[in-house]
Write a protein of this length. Structure first.
Length: 177
C-alpha cells in the first residue's frame, strides 16, 4: 500500500471552515480546546477541521507545512473567511503561535475575553504568561508533572486569578493557555 503524502493528508476537505494543524502537545491542545469552546457556544458542529501534524516524523519541516509556518512549529490555523470583504485570496488569515491564535479567536468571535477594560488586560497578561512561562515549564517538568499543578495553582492564588473556591477568574483564554 502506497503511503499518503503529507500534502494530500493535510489538505482541507472543507475549506469553508477553520483549518487547525496541530499535534497532541500542550500548545496544540489549547487551540483545539478554544475552537471546541467557540463551536459549542455557536452551536456549530462543523466549525473547524483538525489535521494531525506528525512531529515525530518531522512533518512540521516538510515544505507544505513550512509554507504555513516557517518556524516549523505547531499549532497553525488557516481561516479562509477571516475578512468578510475583498478578493478571496486576501480574505485568508494564517496564524501560528498558540497565544496569537487564542487572541485572534477570542477577538474574531467575541468570546473568551472579558468586556471590562481591567479584566480584559489582566486576562491578556495571564494569557501571555501561560503561552510563554507555563508552556515552557510544562515541557521542562514532564518528569515531575505530579507536583506541577501545585505550582500553577499557587501562582494563580498569589496573583488573585483564582477565587476562593479555586475557580479561575474569569473563564477566558487564560484557562486555555
Amino acid at each position: 500500500m502506497e503511503s499518503e503524502s503529507i500534502e494530500s493528508r493535510l489538505n482541507a476537505k472543507n475549506p469553508d471552515v477553520i483549518q487547525l494543524f496541530s499535534a497532541a502537545t500542550a500548545n496544540g491542545v489549547k487551540v483545539a480546546a478554544a475552537l471546541e469552546e467557540i463551536a459549542a457556544e455557536r452551536q456549530c458542529d462543523n466549525f473547524y477541521e483538525a489535521h494531525t501534524v506528525r512531529i515525530r516524523a518531522s512533518e512540521n519541516y516538510a515544505p507544505f507545512f513550512l509554507k504555513l509556518n516557517p518556524t516549523g512549529k505547531i499549532p497553525v490555523i488557516v481561516d479562509s473567511h477571516a475578512k468578510e470583504t475583498g478578493p478571496v485570496e486576501e480574505r485568508e488569515v494564517t496564524l501560528f503561535e498558540s497565544g496569537a491564535i487564542l487572541m485572534y479567536l477570542a477577538e474574531r468571535y467575541d468570546v473568551l475575553l472579558p468586556k471590562d477594560f481591567n479584566l480584559r488586560y489582566k486576562t491578556i497578561e495571564w494569557l501571555f504568561w501561560g503561552s510563554s512561562e507555563f508552556s515552557a515549564q510544562v515541557n521542562l517538568e514532564e518528569g515531575v508533572i505530579g507536583y506541577f499543578p501545585i505550582l500553577v495553582v499557587s501562582c494563580f492564588i498569589w496573583s488573585g486569578a483564582l477565587d476562593s473556591s479555586g475557580v479561575l477568574l474569569p473563564y477566558s483564554v487564560v484557562s486555555l493557555a
